[in-house]
Write a protein that binds this ligand. Sequence first.
Ligand SMILES: [Zn+2]
Ligand SMILES: [Zn+2]
Length: 105
Amino acid sequence: MSCRLDVSVVAPGTAHRNHCPHCLASLHVDRRVPGDRDADCRGRMEALSMSTRPDGEWVIIHQCASCGELSANRIAGDDNPYALVRLALRPLVDPRHAGRALFAL
Ligand SMILES: [Zn+2]
Ligand SMILES: [Zn+2]
């Protein structure tokens, strides 16, 4: 992937956009809470899969390519729908990981 990762902070439908609307990749800048910008890793986080929260909200599961950290992020209003569908149809690499990411929220 050759995305420049121009991630703006403001996006429709979310208070803190933290992933690319085109390829859904993110940067490891948040530690615990999305938007806290507390991590100093700055690694590239690839979209691993999609999942749903108990309230039915869709989230993207990201995994950091540098440290392996997992995080779950709300999808944003301007995310590429095709990228989201591709991601949703992708089987979970390891369901335990995704479950753990959701659990950490
Ligand atoms: Zn991108
Ligand atoms: Zn990281």
